[in-house]
Every structure is written in C-alpha cells, then in structure tokens.
Ligand binder design. Sequence first.
Ligand SMILES: Cc1cc2nc3c(=O)[nH]c(=O)nc-3n(C[C@H](O)[C@H](O)[C@H](O)COP(=O)(O)O)c2cc1C
Length: 331
Amino acid sequence: MRFCGVQAGTDVHLSSHLSKKQHFELPVPEVIQRRVSVRTYQPLPLPPWERSRLEEYAQLLEREGPFSPAVRFVFIDEDEYLAKTGRKIGTYGFIRGAIDYIAGIVERGDCALEQLGFVFEMLILYATSLGLGTCWLGGTFRRRGFEKTTGLGKNEMLPAVTPVGYAAQKKRAFEYAMKIASRPGRKPWKELFFNGGFDVPLGEGEAGPYRVPLEMVRLGPSTSNRQPWRVMKHGPLWHFYMAYSPMLNRAIGFDIQRIDMGIAMCHFELTAEELGLSGRWVIGREEAEGASVPGPRAGGGDAPGAEEASAPRAAGRLRYIISWQEMPPGT
Ligand SMILES: Cc1cc2nc3c(=O)[nH]c(=O)nc-3n(C[C@H](O)[C@H](O)[C@H](O)COP(=O)(O)O)c2cc1C
C-alpha cells in the first residue's frame, strides 16, 4: 500500500528540508501564539520593503516541506486582480480592507494538500513575526478569479489564499460574530493526544520534551476550527491521524482538512527543531494499514456534532497521515 507516494513501512524516510536555523526573529512558540485570523485590515498597501521580505522568504520556502509536490506563492494586489479579471477581489464579505493577498499553489500529487499546509503556514508565521495580519482562506474566496490572476497550470491546484496587511485597530461586528461562530477555543489535551491507544489520553506530564510541540499543534488554525489532528504516542513514534469530517470536506469540494494536518506537522516540526529535538517523518506500516479502512462508524452519520464525539468513538473516522520518529540527539 502506498501513502504519499511512499510504500508504507519501507525504509524511505520523508524529511523536510528545514535548515537548522532560526526562521523568525522571535521564538517559534511565541509566533504561533501571536497568530490569529485577521479579517479587518487597514486599507493600505504593504510597504515595499515588507513585501520584498515576504517575497524573498516565500521563494526560499518553495524548496521546503516534507513531501515532494512543489509549492509556489503568488503575490497579488487589488489593482492587478482588477486588471486581470475585471472584478474586485471577492471574499464574500469575510475580509475587509485588505489590498494585498498571497495565493498558495501546489503541484498535483501525493500529499499535495499536506505539503501546501506545511509550507504556507511557514509563510504565514513569518508574516506574523513581522507584525502582519493574515487569515487562511480555503472556502470564502472567489477561486476562479485567483486562478486566472495567477496563471494556474493544468498540473496545479490553488487550495488557499491569505490577505496580508496591518490589522485594523477596530474590528467589525462581523469579525466578532465569526470568532464566536467558529468557537475560537481549542479542544483540551484529552481529546487530541493519546498514549498507546485512543482510549488512553496522554497527560501533559507524560509528553516529556514533546509537551511544547504538541501544545503548538493544539493551538494551530484549522478549517472552521475543527482541529482534526489526533496524535498518538507509541514508544519513540508519534502517529498523526486526521479526524475526517466528510460533510465539511464535501462542502468545500476537496479534502481541505489535509491542509490542517500539514499545518499541524509544521507547528510540531518547527517547535521540535527549535527545542533541539531530533526526529524525522516516516510512514508507519501498521498505522497505514489500519487507516485503509477509515469511515464512519455504524450510525455515526454526518449529523452536526458527530465529529465532536468522544475520542474512542471518533477513532472510527480517523485517517492515518504520518508518524514522527524520535531520533537520538544530534542526528
Ligand atoms: C485550511 C484553512 C482554511 C480556512 N478557511 C477559512 C475561510 O475560508 N474563511 C475564513 O473566514 N476563515 C477560514 N479559516 C480560518 C479558521 O476559521 C480559523 O483558523 C479558526 O477559526 C481558528 O481561529 P484563529 O485562526 O483566529 O486561531 C481557515 C483556516 C484554515 C486552516
């Protein structure tokens, strides 16, 4: 069985090409905690020097990510979009004031969406570290217009964009309503992290040096704030699963929650790297085989709240994604 283009259980190791250097001027956990979705912006273009810094970093990122599909970023401003499409940038009223956007484009292929999530989140965190606001948009933007403006190739997808700019001092009532609607809180540890089985929650004290990388996974952004990541510790392996919501992915038209998983991997790896924890991504044989029969448990259905079920119940619709293998220090 093949996962992400890799034969499960074979000796092929995926690893991101992250160089062992500090990416941001602030510690990674601080940047992750500073990032929030910003939906109301000061109506000002990005200063040219900030745009250049972002573009330079975006170019470096095009060689990053644990999987093989190539990612590229296109910076678009209002005027260019208008000139190429004859319309204004459309976000169905979700974003106000933003003039600049970044489109994330990925080559079609195995684990393309996880790859996009991982690499685009690095750019979003970099923007955050520069004091800029962003907001992942995977559903509420006019996809056609962006596809036209970016000259999307046949072998490419444009799953998400973000506005980028300075947050307005005052939020709109709409933004407060959005925050409430998407239940901005995060699920507690006991619903996300497990120790050897989905009926055994992993306590913060049992995570050892991986407490902070896991906490950074927990704080990540996700589609409709569903937080689909589930991580199970098994010896030196940390298995990542996705609590798949058929209804949500169907509504968007593609498996958008795979992007959420890429974001989770990004937070985990960047934080582990900063803490000096060595490791690599591997595709586990047993987990991959277990995941070949995902799907709702009998009677689970797509009823609202079905995914909010308790961990053991939710395990019925979990899909295995990847594992992090701890390595001896310095390897
Ligand atoms: C892949 C992805 C797609 C998203 N798509 C949208 C979107 O289309 N519109 C929107 O307003 N927010 C979108 N969001 C933002 C989430 O609603 C937000 O991350 C979540 O509610 C948590 O809030 P926070 O980002 O402020 O921490 C998306 C987030 C992710 C990760």
